[in-house]
Ligand binder design. Sequence first.
Ligand SMILES: [Mg+2]
Length: 412
Amino acid sequence: MIIAKAEVIVTSPDRNFVTLKLTTDDGLTGLGDATVNGRELAVVSYLRDHVVQLLIGRDAHRIEDTWQFLYRSAYWRRGPITMAAIAAVDMALWDIKGKAAGMPVYQLLGGASRTGLLAYGHASGKSLPELFDSVRKHQEEGYRAIRIQSGVPGLRAIYGIASNETFAANHGQRYDHEPAQRGAFPAEEDWDTRAYLRHIPTVFEAVRNEFGPEIPLLHDGHHRMTPIQAAQLGKSLEPYDLFWLEDCTPAENQEALRLVRQHTTTPLAIGEIFNTVWDYQQLIREQLIDYVRSAVTHTGGISHLKKVLEFAAQYQVKSGMHGPTDISPVGMAAAMHLGLAIHNFGIQEYMKHTERTDQVFEQSYTWQNGLLHPGDNPGLGVELNQDEAGKYPYEQAYLPYNRLADGTVHDW
Ligand SMILES: [Mg+2]
């Protein structure tokens, strides 16, 4: 089972996706997701110019050896571009191994530890009535856990609010929340941490009063607070029993989380922009977080994220894998196989892709009664329709950025 062909496919059905397709000499194919939102072509070049030629002629069964070879032979380790490229190769090889074995990948990872994966969706609104409508819509769609993001009085546009009417007008469809805007320059949003800290607890109080105590509620701080501000928010949200508070600080400084932890019992989730186990070393060992947010796509694939999560399990830290729409259906399927197999699964983020995206990536995973399941097709269970993919060429798109009222650039 020798790798005979490696293709990098860029397609943009409503948003950009980068996919690696490997084909073996006996005709098996495997797919890997290598999408890094807003920097897609950097990974395309990494794969096309530096990795593809190294894969041809290798034994497709040797997943761990190929991972170690790509990681160590590059000399320049870690980082989102390198780790997304390695992730795509890793996923594609697991896909091929599953097809060769005639088994879904979760069976190769140890088999199912549960019947399905609890998933949360994104409710949002500029005002409380809009937010309540969005929560009800998600409940009608079957979501049993819901992320709450709200507008803040005085702020024009902020992260997490589904107000993208331009996208809907241009494309006829919309995601719950699609922050990456097509065009040659990032959109500017604005931010005021004090206004946010005053407003958000009132939103959670209103949501709990309206929807009751049982539904798990989540919130994303999106890296915007200092440690002491994050501590203040965690403490002020304690009465509303959050499932988690996500990315309360930019967590490159892992020690900062000690301060947050000392002040609040609100559970903490971190790591959607992390790439390796080294980014979590202190956070997990000192039990400074409760959930690991890494996606398979951005953390070196199934092989590496499984190691991160096994390390986390020793400290009762659970998975909460990143699942926005810039994780392609291939990356989502990989997350579901891993999530089904590990013992310390926590929750899976899940935003539905658009119809066009579902036509390009034909899926066998299912969403029923608020639970995801990867399906039982051999491999990852996602196939790329290359005719459909070819209809949607790459279009430049950027994530937005933030400025404070005085013009200072702030974390977005
Ligand atoms: Mg997030």
